[in-house]
Write a protein that binds this ligand. Sequence first.
Ligand code: ME8
Length: 493
Amino acid sequence: MDKFYITTPIYYASGKPHIGHAFSLIYADVLARWQKKKGKNVFFTAGTDEHGAKIAQKAEDAKINPQEFVDELADIYTDTWHALGIEYSDFIRTTSARHKKSAQEFFKKIDEAGDIYEGEYEGLYCVGCENFVLERNLKDGLCPDHKTVPQKIKEKNFFFNLKKYLPEVKEKIIKGEIKISPESRKNETLSIIESNIGDFSVTRESVKWGIPFLRSDLSAGEQTIYVWAEALVNYLTALDYPNGEKFKIFWPPDLQVIGAEINKFHTVFWPALLLAAKLPLPREIFIHGLFTIDGQKISKTIGNVIDPLDLVEKFGADATRYLLLSQFPAAEHGDVKAEEFVAKYNSDLANGAGNLLERSCKMISDYRGGKIKSEIKIDGGVEKIITEAEEKYEKSLNERNLFEALDAVFHIIKTLDVYINEKKPWELNKKEDKKSQDNLDEILATLLDGIKKVSDLLEPFMPAKIKQAKDYIAKLENGEIKEGDRLGLFPRM
Ligand code: ME8
């Protein structure tokens, strides 16, 4: 059986998740479910990034110890993902013993290969970004994302010999051995590589909330592994690197889903680290755009967040998944206007998909008791449109364009709605002549075929609602729908 290893970023356990975090998880969950439907052996990971200066500081502000602080947040993350129907295979916490082991092993291997050297870091560090920043990238002396003054740091660090690996990383990206999509992000990566980027520090001296960096010439805890360097290793931890059975089966990742602001870490640093550790590289990295709210970046630090649980409470899990994925094509950045969610829910889900399924099932039940003979031919025109939409759906998902894939499904839904309105099956039902009745048979067969296909295509996107729909269609075909029964997928708001 073909394997498919898909990963998502592990989020900082520094505050509650917002819809941006939910977006990457939903995105990956849809692709994972789609691969499962194709019969692939899927392994899908999520997690929380629990070390580093930012979290230590937040815990201190909250006057609790950092472990308790992250324990509480990790629970909030997993509860949120369950509420959204995210079906990950494993959830990685970076304060777990197994992650400590794999992070230490990984950096030991790179160190032993001679690619880590001692140096001094002198410069600026933004705790919100957990990243070293350059003076020229600040705005009025502040980090443009966090609006805070970066710290001045001067400390002993151990650096990774990034420069040595950049030509090979570049070559592999150009050859497509690591596919970076969309194309615009690939160009961004290549220009980062071109920009004469320096080696990067993989340890921190002043940060104590982290995994000790092991080296014979260091005392325990003298240096911790830099939170970003350590976080990337979570993708290995998930498979019990270095010796796990899962590692043998699933490595390397087939698809890594990330947001645009962490491109450099995943498409430049990460492949270079893997080359140094002599491990196969990820096959594809998909980088989605970021949501803004009223034009401003969503940020736990700024505090302009929408809690995904509030959306789930209002719309249900599957509609929330749909609403987030249907805002804009993920290759781009986009602005979210939450006040438009209700209108979108009503037009696409209540009056669109939900109503089509409802009225089709009702007519098939009322006019034929749910029994449509399999030999009845379906409408050729509709069939052609559905086949084309299925092809577009498949192509779009292969290109990781979930927005287009949904658009293809909704094209079928609209086609079937127009078909019903033009054919007026309720009028044919009143006529008893054979021609009218044959015609009605064809229409109902076309609808049954259509709603089954729509259900199949929507299943990775809205798994719980589609299960409900599929169960109802099965009941329908068994002649078990009674007067007054309703599918009731998406009640109008
Ligand atoms: O960067 N729109 O964690 P993080 C869309 N721990 N997606 C968004 C988003 C937005 N406005 N905001 C956040 C980290 N995201 C590191 C990652 S991985 C080895 C370590 C999503 O909590 C998106 O996936 O800041 C983005 O890349 C990620 O959350 C950043 O989450």
